[in-house]
Structures are given as C-alpha cells and as structure tokens.
Design a protein around this ligand. Structure first.
Ligand code: NZQ
Ligand code: ZN
Length: 393
C-alpha cells in the first residue's frame, strides 16, 4: 500500500431541482460578477440556462456570458474568456455543462489568475499559482471534471490535446441534478459511462500492493456503472440509473479509487487524447476504441491483476491459468462496449487510419519521442504505434 493524499474540497449539491440553488451557492462565495460559461446550445434548448439566470437574478448576482464551448474544448475560446473576464472584472466562473465546459472554465480561471500564456501550463512549461474560483452545474455524467484536479484543452495550432492538473483548479461547488442528463443523446450517455469506468480502471491497473478497501470500492463502482448504463440504453428517463451513474462519475475521478495505489496507468487516456485532438472523437468512445488493444498489449505484465478484474468486475469464471482468465475479461469488456453501441476499434468510429496518421499519433502521444506512458508496462513511441495499429480494426 502506498502513502496517499486525498483532497476533495468541492461542495456537492445533489438531486432533483438543485440547480435552482445555484444563485445562492454563488452568493455564498462572496463574488461580485460571474462569467456564465456554457457549450454549443443544449443548455439553451433545455431551458436550463434561463433557470440559472433566474436563480442568479434572485440572488442579486451580476453576470456576463460566454457560450460556444465544443467537445475537445479549444484554446482560442479560452483566450477569449480570459480577455472577457479581465475586461469585465469577473471574479467567479460558473460552468454550466459537461467536462468540456468545466475544463474550459478552469483554463480561463488559470489564465486570469496567472500572467503569461495559459498554454504554458498545458505544455508543461510552468505551474499555476492560482485560479479564479469556479462553480459547476453539471449536465452530463462523464469526465468527472466537477471533482477532479484536471483540465484538458485542445490547441488548434497543431491540434494538440493536453491535460493539466492542479488542486487550484478544483471547483468550489458542483450542482448535480440527474434529471438534467435525461436529454443526452444515447451516444453521449454511453460514451460518458465508458469514461467514468475508465477513470477507475486506469487507477485499478497498477503495480503495487493494493488496498482491499480501494479495490472493493473500485470493483463495485464498475459493476454499478455497467448495470445502470445498460438500463439507460432502453430507459433514458430512469432517474435512479441516472443518479447512480452521475455520482459514480464524480467518485471515479475525485481520487477515491486511487487511494493507496501508485496513481495508476493512464496510458489509454494518453492514447485517446491524441485521437480526440486529431479526429475530434467523443472522449469515451475513443477510450473504448483503444482499450482492448492496450489491454492485450500489456496484460502479460500484470496477469494476476487482469485476472482479478475479469472475475470480480466482469463476472468471468476463472480458467486454469491467469492468462486465459485475463483474456476472457478483456473480451467481456468489449462485449459490454458493444452492448452500449460503443466502438471497439478506431474503424468502428468511421476513421480509416493510414500509416502516416498512426505514426503521427505515436509522435504526438510520445511528445515527439520525449516521454513514455503507462505504468503496467512503460510504453515508448514504437509501442504506442503498435497499439494504434492493433486498435485500427
Ligand atoms: O455543447 P452542448 O450543446 O452542451 O452539447 C454537449 C456536447 O455536444 C452535449 N451535452 C452535454 N450535456 C447535455 C448535452 N446534450 C444534451 N443534454 C445534456 N444534458 O454532450 C456533448 C459532450 O459534452 P462534453 O462536455 O464534451 O462531454 P464530457 O463531459 O464527456 O467532456 C469531455 C471532455 O472532457 C475531457 C475530455 O478529454 C473531453 O475533452 N476530460 C476531462 C477530464 C477532467 N477534466 O478531469 C478527465 C477526462 O478523462 C477527460 O479527458
Ligand atoms: Zn476520461
């Protein structure tokens, strides 16, 4: 078991109608002017934005707005948001949306609170020393950004998608009404469930003596998400299923399932980020497309762990040797992805990767040969290339 820190400063306000408390929650933060940040229109169509404005008005909060965040949020809009906040003296950001909106809000918060180019942080050149305070009204269960320390931004200059993690970026409060997620297209619901599971799986696959309690929480979380994800495929309005998935999304990425571990593997995420940057795929779908290829490539380095996963999470009957059990577990996970109409290869996402593109993905993912990824097995540029190739389909 490894030593660990567990830090979750976010106040969670969970349940039906909780978005009507937003104005009050913002007022409690003692701010003067709020930037309301949102995506490409779902919050307008659902009427949520109007309700948020009303709640802010009732609490006497002044605000300005910036919409237009797209999935795989862009650096150019972040720059726009930074300028707007500075010009208008905004001192709080309210993100109304999903991971993309929250991540964009965090980047804007860093850009306002720190001098210089905000991309430096994502490019690994500098560390932030602060962030504007942020609140969230969550509309999709997926990225877990509402309780995580990270933010992922895509730079259109080179189409590089890069993450940055800092406790300064953890949000002050997160309003989570599962009913708000009922308007999600099936594909986004499924993609979100894959991402939620991956945040725990990335931590589960590691090389240390794990804590029984952390493994137990992780395995139960994964089984819970699988059960309710399947329900949501036919019953999108099932409140309990929406609620289970939404809370799992936060717990999966707030550090809980990493306590006592060495931090986890995270290679699948790194491999997917380049797909998101280059082809603009939905993050969870991209993860489903590469996970099987990654798992088969590295499983020999952690057979016992993969076998445990197969039995305790996927419900596989143990075979005589761990390798056979592990493989059955990987296949069972791919069957689950198929049941959610998620891709199990890059071709399944409608992308026909050519040789040059596979090389480019590996170049970018290895930061042009400067880094390895993963902990189950350290992967260099050539390994990354092979995993993309095996995932091509
Ligand atoms: O933009 P709008 O119109 O709101 O539409 C969004 C978007 O098209 C739509 N949507 C959201 N809520 C909805 C809805 N449509 C109907 N009804 C609703 N209630 O869903 C689409 C996807 O939204 P997005 O915010 O992109 O989804 P998600 O939460 O999956 O976020 C993905 C981003 O988060 C990053 C990903 O890489 C990706 O860029 N991640 C962030 C992490 C973090 N900060 O901790 C960790 C993750 O591993 C991930 O990398
Ligand atoms: Zn993710």
């Amino acid at each position: 078991m490894e030593n660990f820190q567990y830090y979750t400063p976010t106040k969670v306000v969970f349940g039906k109608g909780t978005e009507d408390q937003t104005g009050q929650l913002v007022a409690e933060q003692g701010c003067r002017k709020v930037l309301v940040h949102y995506g490409s229109g779902s919050v307008i169509r659902s009427g949520l934005l109007e309700r948020i404005y009303r709640s802010l008005d009732e609490a006497g909060i002044r605000y300005i707005s910036l919409g237009g965040v797209v999935p795989n949020p862009r650096l150019s809009l972040v720059y726009e948001g930074i300028e707007l906040c500075k010009r208008e003296n905004a001192d709080f950001i309210l993100a109304v949306g999903g991971g993309s909106v929250i991540d964009s809000a965090k980047a804007i918060g860093y850009g306002v609170a720190n001098d210089g180019d905000v991309w430096d942080f994502y490019d690994g050149k500098r560390r932030v020393e602060g962030c504007l305070p942020i609140g969230v009204v969550l509309t999709i269960a997926a990225a877990g950004s509402e309780m995580s320390d990270s933010s992922v931004i895509t730079n259109e200059n080179g189409w590089l998608k890069r993450g940055y993690s800092s406790d300064f970026g953890r949000v002050r409060f997160a309003v989570m009404d599962p009913e708000l997620t009922m308007t999600l297209p099936k594909y986004q619901t499924a993609s979100g469930c894959v991402d939620i599971m991956m945040h725990t799986m990335e931590r589960y696959f590691n090389h240390c003596d794990n804590m029984e309690i952390t493994d137990g929480i992780s395995e139960h979380l994964l089984r819970t998400v699988m059960k309710h994800a399947k329900i949501l495929m036919t019953e999108p309005d099932n409140y309990n299923a929406r609620a289970e998935v939404m809370w799992a999304g936060s717990l999966s990425h707030n550090g809980l399932t990493g306590c006592g571990t060495d931090g986890g593997d995270w290679a699948s995420h790194q491999l997917e980020h380049e797909l998101g940057g280059m082809f603009d795929v939905a993050h969870g779908a991209g993860l489903a497309a590469v996970w099987g290829s990654w798992a088969r490539y590295v499983m020999d380095a952690a057979l016992e762990r993969f076998a445990k996963f197969a039995v305790n999470v996927m419900g596989v009957e143990p075979e005589e040797d761990d390798a056979a059990t592990a493989l059955k577990g990987i296949e069972a996970m791919e069957d689950f992805y198929r049941a959610l109409e998620m891709p199990v290869s890059i071709r399944d996402m409608g992308i026909e990767l050519n040789e040059d593109q596979m090389r480019e993905l590996a170049e970018k993912c290895s930061h042009f040969g400067r880094r390895t990824i993963g902990c189950i097995k350290k992967l260099d540029k050539e390994d990354m290339y092979r995993i993309y190739k095996n995932a091509r389909g």
